[in-house]
Design a protein around this ligand. Structure first.
Ligand code: HEC
Length: 159
């Protein structure tokens, strides 16, 4: 027994990580092997597929989906709110002298869905005073922009 312990002590004294020891880098590498963890990627992939599937569902039947105006939207209020808060930048007809045209192809958020437009107005417009047109104002002005300036991209405008 004693002899073995002595042997072990001697073995430990072998300069594994001694001065200039070439073993040091490879020992270090072996300590923590890299592990590939696929779960976050798999979860992302599943989410992407689910959202793609729901998109193609709602698009089925027509090549160009139109923005659907909610029944709660009030176009008359939307006009008043637009004229009070938006017209100075976006113009009477949504076209001037704004840095962003609110008509047709040039209106990025007027294409195919109501909510992104409403949310954008709620969060970012007017550019000089965000959050001053939220709730019904964001809904009404979004409906007004779609029904007045973009009727061909829109469904469900009253009257
Ligand atoms: C002070 C000027 C100003 C006012 C007032 C203003 N906007 Fe804007 N609006 C802008 C600018 C600048 C952009 C472009 C922002 C960008 O590209 O980041 C913009 C962009 C937009 C867009 C995006 C257009 C697109 O292509 O999708 C919408 C919609 C919009 N504004 C609606 C409104 C509404 C509704 C109001 C009133 C509640 C309003 N804006 C008030 C300056 C203004």
């Amino acid at each position: 027994m004693k002899e073995r312990v002595q042997d072990a002590d001697q073995a430990l004294n072998i300069p594994v990580t001694g001065p200039g020891g070439q073993d040091t880098p490879s020992n270090f590498d072996e300590e923590k092997p890299m592990r590939f963890r696929p779960w976050p990627l798999a979860a992302l992939l599943v989410l992407t597929l689910v959202s793609l599937a729901s998109c193609s569902d709602s698009n089925s039947g027509s090549s160009h989906t139109k923005a659907q105006i909610p029944v709660t939207a009030d176009l008359a209020s939307g006009r008043a709110e637009y004229e009070g808060l938006c017209l100075t930048c976006h113009g009477v007809a949504g076209n001037a002298p704004a840095p962003r045209n609110l008509i047709g192809d040039e209106c990025i958020l007027c294409q195919g869905a109501f909510e992104p437009l409403e949310d954008y107005i709620r969060d970012f417009m007017p550019v000089t005073g965000p959050l001053s047109c939220v709730g019904a104002c964001a809904e009404n002005t979004a409906a007004y922009i779609l029904c007045e300036f973009n009727p061909t991209l829109t469904e469900g405008c009253a009257s």
